[in-house]
Design a protein around this ligand. Structure first.
Ligand code: NAG
Ligand code: NAG
Length: 367
């Protein structure tokens, strides 16, 4: 008994001794990193190669829908003219340059950029060339190709740049965002727009259950809730701020589709697309603007809401700019107000070019 107990005890001591020695040897000989900087440098190298772009990852690191966590987005729409040859220099396309100016203003320019870092989406049609898409991505925009929405034959469009205008409705597919503020490509900012996401008009509302639905049996159900806000179309002669009293609007209930805030919704998109298939369901002269006015008319179940006068103005004048409006719906290359706004608008074009040339080095920043 004693012997065997003593034997077990010495066995245990031996195991313990072996364990202690093994642990000690492992500790001494395990190849620990020589110092922590090695590890940190490896991490930093990895991150910077993704950000600045080694050859293999240059395009993978450009902005994309997958990498943004934002609940809000700004967006514009860029069509290509399938019937026209691509211009030799893409920067001779005024609408393309306008999208670049917006990208610069929303993402980079200190006086106008989004303080909250809200991303900017350029929704392009199939006809927009790869060099243009790539340039917009380098500028910082998220470029998405819109699946074509074929214009039904009953909708006749005279202006060639409006051929693909219904593709714009693809914005309602981007349900990863709570709200999207859409700006027509020919818009120039005067100050940041982030506050528009806080405008009471953009709140989600209940679709009225009581108002009779148009075209019974021919359209899918309306979504139970929606959010859609815009500004009324302007008279070219108006005051700032605009008002009914000063006759600034031809019809305060008729929205201008150059500036609106939407809540993406597949149900609402299905409703729009079904209406589009119904001949004469809206006046087709101003295609997507009239579709939106029809679905969201003030007597209907999903009326559009009116944003504050300060966010955007159509047919802007120098007085509107001096009055403090946040964005001007105007072509930078052909302002209706002539030289009143001409210098201001063209100035942004060259600031944009200069910014990227400076950032990218050399004199070829625009290519
Ligand atoms: C990035 O994309 C552009 C345009 O698609 C292409 O011309 C270029 O070769 C790509 N660069 C790399 C490193 O893959
Ligand atoms: C919008 O509202 C939120 C919450 O009240 C606030 O934190 C934010 O600063 C507001 N943004 C702007 C641009 O007014």
């Amino acid at each position: 008994m004693n012997n065997s107990r003593g034997g077990r005890r010495s066995c245990r001591s031996l195991y313990l001794g072996i364990a202690v020695v093994t642990f000690f040897l492992l500790f001494v000989y395990t190849p620990l990193p020589q110092n922590y900087d090695d590890q940190r440098d490896a991490l930093v190298n990895h991150v910077t190669s993704a950000a600045t772009g080694h050859k293999s990852s240059a395009n993978a690191s450009l902005p994309s829908l997958a990498t943004t966590k934002s609940k809000y987005a700004y967006a514009t729409f860029l069509a290509g003219d399938a019937h026209q040859q691509e211009l030799a220099d893409i920067n001779d396309d005024n609408y393309f340059v306008a999208a670049r100016i917006l990208t610069y203003q929303i993402l980079h320019a200190p006086e106008t950029r989004s303080p909250a870092g809200i991303p900017f989406i350029v929704l392009v049609t199939k006809a927009v060339s790869e060099p243009k898409r790539h340039r917009l991505r380098l500028d910082g925009a998220i470029v998405i190709e819109a699946e074509t929405i074929t214009k039904p034959t009953w909708v006749e469009v005279e202006t060639s740049t409006w051929q693909d205008v219904f593709d714009k409705l693809r914005l309602w597919e981007l349900t990863q965002f709570d709200l999207i503020t859409f700006l027509d490509g020919d818009t120039v900012l005067a100050r940041p727009l982030d506050g528009v996401f806080n405008d009471t008009a953009v709140a989600t509302r209940k679709t009225s259950p009581d108002i009779p639905r148009p075209h019974p049996g021919l359209l899918p159900p309306m979504p139970r809730t929606y959010a859609f806000a815009s500004r009324p179309e302007m008279n070219t002669i108006h005051t700032y701020p605009p008002s009914e009293e000063t006759h600034s609007y031809p019809n305060i209930a008729y929205l201008n589709a150059g500036f609106f805030v939407l809540k993406p919704s597949l149900d609402l998109l299905a409703y729009y697309l079904a209406l589009l298939q119904l001949p004469d369901s809206f006046v087709p002269t101003l295609p997507e603007q009239n579709l939106l006015n029809e679905v969201h008319n003030w007597a209907g179940a999903m009326p559009w809401q009116t944003l504050g006068t300060e966010w955007n103005i159509h047919y802007p004048t120098k007085e509107d700019l001096d009055g403090g409006v946040a964005s001007l719906h105007e072509k930078w290359w052909a302002p209706g107000d002539g030289e009143g706004l001409g210098g201001y608008l063209r100035g942004w074009r060259w600031r944009m070019e200069g910014f990227y040339q400076g950032r990218e080095g050399g004199g070829k920043g625009h290519q």
